[in-house]
Design a protein around this ligand. Structure first.
Ligand code: PEP
Ligand code: MN
Length: 263
């Protein structure tokens, strides 16, 4: 179902009215986790001022350690809905449990399936039975074929609105958090009609590398990026080390402007 042989033209997926795919370079930005109204709204206002059309923020966080911040849960979803109303920014947020699928659809505009759950097949089927789109991130040790088959699960369950996301894979390299696989982006654009995004925040885990890898993502043909931003990264409850500040973000938006306008 995902193959270009079946459908030659690019699929365009609408997240709450914002179109992703089809040669339009989209930016999704926001904090790693929703932490408070003040935190979320301040980031939303900042990205909105740059014309970013979509807000990200995790309410259910799949943390490596059980002792790390696990997210605000439904309270976080409520804040996302409030931020959307205030700033007209449709939202993307991670789902980690199939039982949350219906509840989340009342609050947000797009599910994110995180790298750690790319092959959680019950979860893929659960979002496949819903109507809002799914941003499916590549597992950190998943092959491209496995990513495409995970997408196949969602579409086969009834939801064709799938967006793929390359977010870096595990390699022998330790200088960066992950190794952003730009091969995968070019390859996916050839093989599938689904939109393909790049996450340079998790792909590098290094703040200063997010800007160059965002430009690389555009150059290689990605349909956009999803990046983490925080007005006070030192206080962030997750991924503060890779969060762009307002100044970093302004620079990024200026540098990728030629690609965004190419649409
Ligand atoms: C995230 O987007 O904050 C996240 C946890 O991403 P990934 O699943 O790619 O690690
Ligand atoms: Mn994160």
């Amino acid at each position: 179902l995902v193959s270009r042989e079946l459908q030659a033209h690019d699929s365009i997926v609408s997240i709450g009215g914002t179109k992703v795919g089809g040669g339009n370079f989209t930016v999704i930005a926001g904090p790693c986790s929703v932490e408070s109204e003040q935190q979320l709204f301040s980031v939303a206002e900042m990205i909105k001022s740059h014309g970013v059309p979509l807000l990200r923020g995790g309410a259910y966080k799949p943390r490596t350690s059980p002792y790390s911040f696990q997210g605000l849960g439904e309270d976080g979803l409520k804040l996302l809905k409030a931020a959307k109303a205030q700033y007209q920014l449709p939202t993307v947020s991670e789902i980690i449990d199939p039982v949350d699928a219906e509840l989340m659809a009342e609050y947000i505009d797009c599910y994110q399936i995180g790298a750690r759950n790319m092959q959680n097949f019950r979860l893929l089927e659960a979002v496949g039975k819903q109507k809002i789109p799914v941003l499916l991130k590549r597992g950190m040790s998943a092959t491209i074929e496995e990513l495409l088959l995970a997408a196949e699960y969602i579409i086969n369950a009834g939801n064709p609105n799938v967006i793929l996301c390359e977010r870096g894979i595990r390699t022998f390299e330790t200088a960066t958090r992950n190794t952003l696989d730009l091969n995968a982006v070019a390859y996916l654009k050839e093989k599938t009609h689904l939109p393909v995004l790049v996450d340079p925040s998790h792909g590098t885990g290094v703040k200063s590398l997010i800007n160059p890898l965002s430009r690389a993502a555009a150059a290689v043909g990605a349909d956009g990026i999803i990046v983490e931003a925080h007005l006070n990264p030192k206080e962030a409850l997750s991924d503060g080390h890779q969060a762009l500040t307002a100044d970093d973000f302004a620079k990024l938006m200026a540098d990728i402007k030629p690609f965004v306008n190419a649409a």
